[in-house]
Design a protein around this ligand. Structure first.
Ligand code: SAM
Length: 389
């Protein structure tokens, strides 16, 4: 944010945020940007996973469009965007308002008083949301160069039929990353993708931070498969994604050089997810986002008579073991100082492997609390494995 404060921009951000609260905002058009490679930005309200959000579309002078979404802290986030433009037109169901800054730095705001008056009225008409168009909701539109080079979209930007599910997965994963952005450092972010495979997600995450958010990042992606890692290295070179490193190694043996801020993992098979979570938590990752793959271990080792009424039906046994495995993983992370959630990654019709485990490092948990949580975790594990004394 700029160091010189602008009362008019602060007021405008406040009005915009109030309009969002009443869902009366139609759009905000930002022109005359400070950045010479940007043409303009348009901010429109959309629904993302049932949540009122704002989509920011930034158009560059070379005809490219970048999207990112805001889900919360509208006033603060909008204000930091507003500072980068000299003309802002806010359009709502209650009327319009315009901010202008002259070359000499003189600022004016027109139409704000009428809007403030109308905002206090009882009946505020809601604006239509542009989020009914599913394509628009996505952080990646399909037209991005790297998606074409990876074969996810064709030359026109249309998503190839075979890649539709992968495209939706990585877009949803990016939305999850977007929702934890404020838990990461403002800049110079260290990201690890453990068990990256062909790295569609890694490339998308790199693009999101580097090209959409314009952050400095260092990204390390690790997988056991030599040919896949060689291929990813070549793709990264071709794309000019220079801050990406691909390492062929067992993640168990890998020593993280930089403190991880974000650790991601998509469909690391069976116990590989447990290795991912341990590696991330013991290295003090700020945020861990992991969508596990198939689980087998607990299904083989479950020894819990109290659950036999479920376990005797093989289909239900597998589903129960899946849920128990993920719950145990979350318990362990909690005992390592994380706030945890199990979320849905994507529509279950796309893949049954759609649970996203999210862990965010807590600032102040006492050793006694953590010890108690670890005791509960060990107790629960022993209950399920039949090793409880
Ligand atoms: C199902 S693939 C998922 C790949 C990628 N994340 C994706 O979603 O497309 C699982 C990957 O985990 C890798 N993997 C499994 N165990 C591993 C380990 N211990 N260390 C490194 N990679 C591992 C495999 O080689 C494989 O590429």
């Amino acid at each position: 944010m700029k160091s010189v404060k602008s009362e008019r921009l602060e007021l405008l951000a406040n009005i915009a945020s109030q309009l969002c609260d009443k869902q009366a905002l139609k759009k905000i058009v930002l022109s005359k940007p400070d950045q010479t490679d940007v043409l303009k930005s348009v901010i429109s309200p959309i629904m993302l996973s049932g949540e009122y959000s704002l989509q920011i579309e930034t158009f560059s002078k070379d005809n490219k469009a970048f999207h990112h979404n805001l889900r919360e802290n509208f006033e603060k986030e909008l204000l930091s965007i507003f500072y980068d433009y000299s003309q802002i037109n806010l359009i709502s169901t209650l009327g319009e308002c315009q901010f202008m800054r002259s070359k000499g730095g003189k600022e004016s705001l027109i139409g704000e008083k009428k809007l403030i008056n109308k905002l206090s009225g009882a009946n505020v008409e809601k604006a239509e949301l542009s989020g009914n168009n599913k394509e628009k909701n996505h952080i990646l539109s399909g037209k991005e160069d790297f998606l074409k080079k990876l074969g996810i979209s064709d030359e026109t930007g249309r998503i190839r039929d075979k890649m539709q599910a992968k495209y939706r997965q990585i877009n949803k994963f990016l939305e999850h990353i977007e929702s934890i952005r404020d838990k990461l450092p403002e800049n110079n972010i260290n990201i690890y993708d453990l068990c990256c495979g062909k790295s569609y997600l890694s490339f998308a995450v790199y693009h999101y931070f580097k090209h959409i958010l314009k952050k400095n990042i260092k990204m390390v992606c690790i997988d056991l498969k030599k040919d896949v890692i060689e291929y990813c290295n070549q793709v990264a070179t071709r794309l000019g994604f220079v801050e990406m490193e691909f390492v062929c190694m067992d993640i168990n043996k890998y020593e993280m050089k930089d403190k991880p801020h974000l650790v991601i993992s998509l469909h690391a098979c069976d116990i590989a997810t447990d290795i991912v979570l341990d590696k991330a938590s013991t290295n003090g990752a700020e945020v861990i986002l992991s969508t596990p793959c198939c689980h087998h271990e607990l299904n083989h080792s479950l020894n819990c008579p109290a659950l036999d009424f479920v376990a005797r039906h093989s289909m239900l046994r597998q589903k129960m073991c899946d849920a128990l495995t993920d719950s145990l993983r979350l318990m362990k992370l909690e005992a390592q100082g994380y706030r945890v959630d199990a979320l849905e990654l994507i529509d279950p019709e796309d893949t049954p492997k759609n649970i996203m485990l999210r862990a965010i490092k807590k600032k102040n948990t006492s050793k006694a609390q953590l010890d108690e949580l670890m005791r509960k975790y060990e107790d629960t594990k022993a209950f399920l494995l039949g090793t409880k004394e």
